[in-house]
Ligand binder design. Structure first.
Ligand code: W6P
Length: 409
């Protein structure tokens, strides 16, 4: 019917990629008219971006489109499309405010989409058996999540601009360089410190110890970027490095395979044996190095660990959405989402006991592929190189100039 035609009509149009600089420069203008223009742009652009996903969600391989969770996500996209499409033409500041409320609601309702899609994949795997899901699925998910990142970036920026009065926006610009969620003074050193602090807390909760993080290189680097995106990527990398460092070190020194470590330590405790002191001494774990390089084209951030590395053949798997670090003992990751291990199980926060997969999902190996998408979104990239038996280096490339337009599916 008519609504369906509206979806198909929008889906036949191309998206309009925006550069970070355009978003930044646009948001600098504090006249009320600017916000109305921003709403008008989104009123036109968001239905196009949503409609592409709606159509694609209906045509997935292996019958994925029929899975209940995927249908839920599809419904969410259709509802959001409808809300925006049926919103009348935006002419005034009042219209702009009402429309912005609608966008706020949409963004919140989409909060669980990553988990829901992951659930859908699990439903499919259960139905047709694991591991026959080909690269098509990987490519679809990359497109889907990249598009989601872009939509949330546009709405997030819009909401952030509306959250402040013009005077507050002028002040934010002057004191911190922020325009919405973008700042011209994004400092990798600061963001890496924040991410390290959080990763350390997490690691400490799960293992009772956390490796030190050393930040080196061009410490005064600053450039125009979205610090929340940088934080998300660096947190993921540092967290992975910490987990690898602790697990490898313990495994080597105790002569126990990583998979059996938590059990082994649990049993020592049960037998009333004293655990070795070094286990909880951060000096005994090789530190993680974060190197910031301030180039002309890229700001590159290398995160290096001595966490034992991974076989070259296993690297590609890290980028897939079915990669599960969490066998049953994915300590660091599991606690991000699920309840963390209770006191007695510092090193065995196994979420497996009594819990289904649901609690582990979001921190379930989605972090790396999603981080790569965040990096690529504005023209950067994320690569991993590993020295098997030694350690792993993650290279995070970010365009130094904000001129690169969104990399969109
Ligand atoms: C590892 C595996 C990994 C993935 C991503 C980042 C760092 C590391 N270290 O051993």
């Amino acid at each position: 019917h008519i609504f369906r035609n509206a979806v198909l009509s929008a889906a036949s149009k191309s998206v309009t990629p925006i550069s970070l600089r355009t978003l930044f420069e646009f948001g600098k203008n504090t006249s009320p008219k600017t916000l109305v223009l921003a709403s008008q742009f989104l009123h036109n652009e968001l239905p196009i971006r949503l409609s592409h996903r709606i159509v694609e969600l209906e045509n997935l391989p292996f019958g994925l489109s029929e899975m209940p969770s995927v249908k839920t996500v599809h419904g969410l996209y259709v509802d959001s499309f409808r809300l925006i499409h049926e919103f009348p033409k935006i002419r005034s500041i009042e219209d702009d405010l009402k429309f912005t409320d609608v966008l706020d609601g949409i963004k919140t309702r989409h909060n669980w989409v990553v988990q829901q899609m992951a659930q859908g994949i699990r439903e499919l795997k259960k139905k047709i058996g694991a591991d026959i899901l080909g690269p098509e699925l990987q490519q679809f998910l990359d497109r889907f999540y990249l598009s989601r990142i872009s939509i949330r970036m546009l709405i997030g920026q819009h909401l952030a601009l509306h959250a402040l009065t013009p005077e507050e926006r002028r002040q934010a610009m002057q004191t911190s360089g922020f325009v919405g969620i973008i700042t011209k003074d994004c400092r990798p050193t600061h963001v890496a410190e924040d991410a390290s602090r959080h990763a350390k807390q997490l690691c400490d909760t799960n293992y009772g110890v956390a490796p030190k993080v050393k930040i080196l290189g061009s410490l005064d680097t600053k450039f125009t970027y979205v610090p929340s995106h940088l934080y998300l990527m660096l947190f993921e990398l540092i967290k992975n490095s910490m987990r690898a460092t602790v697990e490898t070190q313990r495994s080597q020194r105790l002569g126990v395979p990583q998979e059996e470590m938590s059990q082994h330590l649990q049993q020592m405790l049960l037998r009333g044996e004293k655990l070795p002191e070094w286990l909880y001494d951060d000096h005994e774990y090789p530190e993680i190095n974060v190197i910031v390089a301030n180039g002309q084209e890229d700001v590159t951030i290398k995160v290096s660990d001595k966490g034992g590395g991974i076989p070259r053949s296993a690297l590609p798997v890290l980028w897939t959405y079915s990669y599960t670090t969490a066998k049953n003992n994915d300590a660091v990751t599991s606690s991000v989402n699920g309840p963390s291990g209770s006191g007695s199980s510092l090193f065995d926060p196994s979420p497996s006991r009594g819990q289904g997969n649901t609690d582990r999902i979001a921190g379930y190996g989605y972090g790396l592929p999603l981080s790569k998408l965040y990096a690529r979104y504005f023209g950067g990239d994320l690569e991993l190189k590993s020295l098997e038996s030694w350690g792993t280096d993650a290279y995070l490339y970010i365009r130094r100039l904000a001129d690169h337009e969104e990399d969109l599916p």
